[in-house]
Design a binder for this molecule. Sequence first.
Ligand code: TNX
Length: 512
Amino acid sequence: LCAALLTFMGCAPKKAPPISMDLAQESIIPIPVSIKATNSSFELTDASEIYVQTGSEELLKIGQFLADKLNPSTGFDFTVKASTAIPDDGNIYLSLKKDAALGDEGYTLSITPELVHLEANAPAGLFRGVQTIRQLLPAKIEMSSKQEGPWRMASGTINDVPVYAFRGAMFDVARHFFSVEDTKRYIDLIAAYKMNVMHLHLSDDQGWRIEIKSWPKLAEHGGKTQVGGGKGGYYTQEQYKDIVQYALDRYITIIPEIDMPGHTNAALAAYPELNCDGKARELYTGTEVGFSTLCTQNEITYKFIDDVMRELAAMTPGPYIHIGGDESHVTKKEDYIPFVNRVQNIVLKHGKQVIGWDEIALGTLKKGAFVQHWADVDNAVNAVKQGSKVLMSPARKAYMDMQYDSTTKWGLHWAAYIEVDSAYIWDPATLAPGVTQKDVLGIEAPLWSETVDQIDEVEYMVFPRLPGYAEIGWSAASARNWGEYKKRLGAHGPRFTAMGINYYPSKLVEWK
Ligand code: TNX
């Protein structure tokens, strides 16, 4: 009757009751701390809007990020509005609340048939919560063209906060160079899984990838080629700053790495004075490691490092600079140790904290230095004894350039074959004797690029392992279990597809 009278009397049509959906059955990665299902649902419609708490440009930006994700696939044309109060029915509301237990990145998400309310103690927490909202909508929400709804989310409450403060991935843009656009793509993919660090390996034997104005030939000459002899490339400072800002907008810290004293052939080719014999090296396009070293005895070397660190620090809002330090096989130990000690001081002088590969623990670690464990457990143990925290990147578990099995087209296998289960089944807090959770800064999964030079190849090595690394960093070890995780991962198959990710369809997972 109401529908029949509608045109004459302005009688509102009775809305159908919300569909029952079970929030506890949703496949959220990383798995949240707690989920309380209320067995109803919220439906996003053409009439829905995104509201953010009044008074913050930053919140408007986060709201806009969500709008930009929802608009192409729903075709709804969300705009972001500010509101001091909880908005009317049918909307999404993002607001801050004082709750120290949520820290910088935690959030609570409450979904009722009337409202989606995301709250956090800090803006980063809202951004992480937005990723959960994405995952609660149908997978086709990730498509870049208009799709049919309905766009429903299961109702209930999620409380969530990460275990580790550092959850990252690495991109080796030195062995093969990757464009600004490729790097942004990788950043987008890690953001979707709530990671918060992108470590860029900016220099190695095969290439120097960042413009340094006081030493211009580093990039101009040292950036000329790559593994296999392709044309290489480098980021101008403007491009680098653009990447840093893009990451920052996703609450991701860029950590730039200049690898020293080994892995420096590109710099040694650009400037003869960096070599002990004063002769420039030839550019290198192979994949051997451990043959190059800066001349640790020459003062010019430290002038060079000081200039590079000054320029790098000026473009790096994040707290860390990575000094490499790995595989310096042709640097004598008695030269390596004082070198590492001195370079740490240079980084500190420019206001940044040091990170280095685990070998730097052979030196005297400065206050606040972090050691990235990749190979030698003794170095990790030694770092903790010196009062440092360890970043966990064990090669046999976390190296995304390792092949899944012997048939994988790209990648290496010197550390291990790493199938999706093996990548997931480990605990950063029990890897090294005496290195417990409080000593662990977090986890990082590196992608070395000797064997990949296209972004779809990168995606194939990174997915589907990366969501697992994200979960190891975010969720408690006690909440993780492969048998259960692989079901959630399988449910992300359509999401990967909608995002256009070229992923490895591991046989260990039943892909939806
Ligand atoms: C070891 S891991 C390296 C890299 C290589 C990688 C290949 C580390 C600190 N050094 O130079 O690219 O193996 O898997």
